[in-house]
Design a protein around this ligand. Structure first.
Ligand SMILES: *[C@@H]1O[C@H](CO)[C@@H](O)[C@H](O)[C@H]1NC(C)=O
Ligand SMILES: *[C@@H]1O[C@H](CO)[C@@H](O)[C@H](O)[C@H]1NC(C)=O
Ligand SMILES: *[C@@H]1O[C@H](CO)[C@@H](O)[C@H](O)[C@H]1NC(C)=O
Ligand SMILES: *[C@@H]1O[C@H](CO)[C@@H](O)[C@H](O)[C@H]1NC(C)=O
Ligand SMILES: *[C@@H]1O[C@H](CO)[C@@H](O)[C@H](O)[C@H]1NC(C)=O
Ligand SMILES: *[C@@H]1O[C@H](CO)[C@@H](O)[C@H](O)[C@H]1NC(C)=O
Ligand SMILES: *[C@@H]1O[C@H](CO)[C@@H](O)[C@H](O)[C@H]1NC(C)=O
Ligand SMILES: *[C@@H]1O[C@H](CO)[C@@H](O)[C@H](O)[C@H]1NC(C)=O
Ligand SMILES: *[C@@H]1O[C@H](CO)[C@@H](O)[C@H](O)[C@H]1NC(C)=O
Ligand SMILES: *[C@@H]1O[C@H](CO)[C@@H](O)[C@H](O)[C@H]1NC(C)=O
Ligand SMILES: *[C@@H]1O[C@H](CO)[C@@H](O)[C@H](O)[C@H]1NC(C)=O
Length: 352
């Protein structure tokens, strides 16, 4: 009897414990004052540019009368980590450093606003942030090193179309990163060889900057790479032969640089390549026959280089999906046999 009683008590105790536990979880969820303060600080800074009231939608919408979970652009629940998604909102102020107190933030998307000032380096403290998208703003100053070396949660960093300057920070530990997009900025300095440490990278866009130095051969280690864009910079040296190790590559844009040397014959391994842009460089030698292994090629542009020798006669035969072929502005010689093979390319609509 006593035993049974004790056991009941035990059960009751357990239930109370469970109730306490869920109450604690609920209380933690309700204690959102830090999140609220961070969001209000963000609101104050990002609407401080004096945009028209109709532009600054969040100025009117983000009021403390209603839970911030209902605010436009703020998504959060117990199940889903908070996101702040305010693309194309005409925000004209700055990005508040207090945003870093939203410690559960998983996505910050402020693309296509008029946010100016610098990217706060406190963003590097957000331990859950997977997506950081600040493209299409007039942000200036450097890319904070904390973002590149302290955020193992990051999957994509998209900072393109800003006015960011300085050099690319060294990458130390971004174990989940898939996309780095910092094109169309004012970045200078070298492409860090350490970029190759992030073996999960699939897409790299560094085009339209003022980067110098050579294309690091270490990039050949990035076996998951699909898109690589380094065009419109001031890169020198040769296309590294290690590029031939990137067998998943389908988009390679190296145009408008000062690259020299030959097209590496190792590129014969790039059988998935669909777009190759090498135009406006100082590349010498001939168009290697091995390039014809890229049977999925749709765009091939080697124009305005110093290429010599004949065009491979089987070019068109081996690239049936070719839509764009530009080779003008070289010193190519030899017969026009390749022209006949282009009859095989039914989608060809540009040839020069
Ligand atoms: C964010 O955290 C920092 C440091 O912990 C603190 O100084 C600041 O006041 C906080 N900001 C807000 C808006 O809570
Ligand atoms: C804020 O915007 C959301 C989403 O558009 C809307 O549902 C809500 O009613 C708005 N709240 C206020 C106070 O304007
Ligand atoms: C935040 O806490 C307040 C009360 O403490 C509550 O009314 C509100 O629903 C909570 N959640 C959000 C998302 O604002
Ligand atoms: C940027 O936002 C403007 C409105 O502010 C919109 O008209 C435009 O289509 C957006 N551009 C992109 C690329 O999203
Ligand atoms: C690095 O991140 C941790 C937590 O994710 C944070 O405590 C620390 O302040 C960050 N360091 C820098 C330099 O941002
Ligand atoms: C970058 O700054 C220049 C002036 O320094 C300005 O003309 C240009 O519009 C800015 N670009 C962006 C995207 O803000
Ligand atoms: C990357 O490739 C280079 C050769 O270009 C090699 O020396 C280096 O050890 C490789 N790094 C990693 C992390 O695999
Ligand atoms: C490319 O692959 C070859 C052969 O597998 C290997 O010897 C070389 O080290 C690789 N280079 C890089 C940079 O990964
Ligand atoms: C990059 O690769 C993805 C596929 O992974 C593709 O959808 C996208 O259009 C590519 N971007 C460019 C600029 O080619
Ligand atoms: C590329 O084509 C050449 C013949 O031009 C062939 O010997 C080689 O095995 C091919 N390589 C691949 C990876 O398909
Ligand atoms: C490429 O050819 C141009 C003339 O067509 C010449 O001025 C230039 O020096 C050449 N460059 C190289 C790297 O051969």
């Amino acid at each position: 009897m006593a035993f049974l009683f004790a056991c009941n008590k035990c059960l009751l105790f357990l239930v109370v414990l469970l109730l306490h536990a869920s109450a604690a979880i609920a209380a933690a969820a309700l204690d959102n004052s830090t999140d609220l303060a961070s969001l209000l600080a963000f609101k104050a800074a990002s609407t401080s540019g004096g945009g028209a009231a109709s532009d600054n939608i969040i100025a009117a919408n983000w009021t403390t009368d209603v839970p911030f979970g209902t605010w436009v652009g703020v998504r959060c629940s117990l199940q889903y980590p908070p996101r702040v998604v305010l693309d194309s909102f005409s925000l004209q102020g700055t990005i508040s450093p207090h945003l870093s107190n939203l410690s559960f933030l998983s996505s910050l998307d402020l693309r296509n606003n008029s946010l100016s000032g610098t990217i706060p380096d406190t963003l590097g403290r957000l331990p859950r942030l997977a997506t950081l998208r600040l493209s299409l703003n007039p942000l200036s100053g450097p890319i904070p090193p904390s973002i590149f070396n302290n955020m193992s949660s990051l999957v994509s960093i998209i900072l393109s179309f800003n006015n960011l300057s300085g050099s690319l920070p060294t990458l130390v530990f971004l174990s989940h990163i898939e996309i780095i997009s910092v094109g169309h900025n004012l970045l200078t300095g070298l492409i860090p060889a350490d970029l190759a440490r992030c073996s999960t990278l699939q897409e790299i866009y560094l085009g339209e900057n003022k980067l110098t130095g050579s294309v690091p051969s270490s990039l050949g280690n990035l076996s998951e790479l699909v898109n690589l864009s380094l065009g419109n910079n001031q890169l020198t040296g040769a296309v590294p032969t290690s590029i031939g190790n990137l067998t998943k590559l389908w988009y390679l844009y190296l145009a408008f640089n000062h690259l020299k040397g030959e097209i590496p014959k190792e590129m014969e391994n790039l059988v998935n390549l669909q777009e190759l842009h090498l135009d406006v460089n100082g590349i010498v030698g001939s168009i290697p026959i091995s390039l014809c292994n890229a049977s999925k090629m749709t765009v091939l542009d080697v124009s305005t280089n110093n290429l010599t020798g004949p065009v491979p006669a089987t070019l068109g035969k081996s690239m049936p999906f070719l839509q764009w072929l530009r080779m003008a502005g070289n010193a190519l010689s030899g017969g026009l046999d390749f022209i006949a093979s282009l009859a095989n390319c039914r989608d060809l609509n540009y040839l020069k």
